[in-house]
Write a protein that binds this ligand. Sequence first.
Ligand code: ZN
Length: 279
Amino acid sequence: MRDLSNDTALLSLNTATVREQWSLEEIIDGCSRHDIGGIAPWRDQVAICGLDEAAERIKDVGLTVTGLCRGGMFPAADAEGRQVALDDNRRAIDEAVPLDAACLVLVVGGLPAGSKDIGDARSQVFDGLSELLEYARARRMPLAIEPLHPMYAADRACVNTLKQALDICDKLGDGIGVVADVYHIWWDPELAEQIERAGQNGRLLAYHVSDWLVPTNDFLLDRGMMGDGVIDLKSIRAMVETAGYRGFCEVEIFSGRNWWKRDPDEVLKTCIKRHQTEV
Ligand code: ZN
């Protein structure tokens, strides 16, 4: 396993982690100040900064863009809604290219309003991915399906395990892979074999870290800092590295009660320390 004990170069900051305190410009400067090697911006922050400006600032300080967050949200109640989603996903690819993002992260979407048919939602996801993939391939932008914990199946993502995501990838072919985010997949009894499978097929495109707090007080906004919860982070990193992953460890923490209320420089210092000791 790679030695991270003095590392900051393999750490990437998902900008959600300090989004309440800092603008994208301030986050880029903060990463640079703390010698963090990578960044994964969100599209709304990029839009506020301006796409060209964001790309230039990120390049100027030498940050690697480990992913653009996010596309997806494919299912809709009608054909018009599905088309709106697809158009937005194409724009997301057009934004990811000038940012030189390693991948476009996809949160695939859940049930359309009024629906109880998760099978239908999943087939809409497959169809949306299939159509988007042609556009992504032509622009050489890898698509990265992020399976989310099943508690989000209704409203955010009806793809909930690595197996499910990799089965989709196998049907669709090249240009698509997965994000392994420990928060979403740590509980999976098939974790080791599915990570190995992802690695063998060259589909492990990003690795996201945080921690699962006990108790969790808010299903969306109570993610823990690495080391504060119950996820066996070192074991999971061993799995992804054994599977051939040599990319960044991207810290992604949505924390309305805690980390979003703290001094962002302190948050970054804590991310670095925990990256070096807990990840
Ligand atoms: Zn993630």
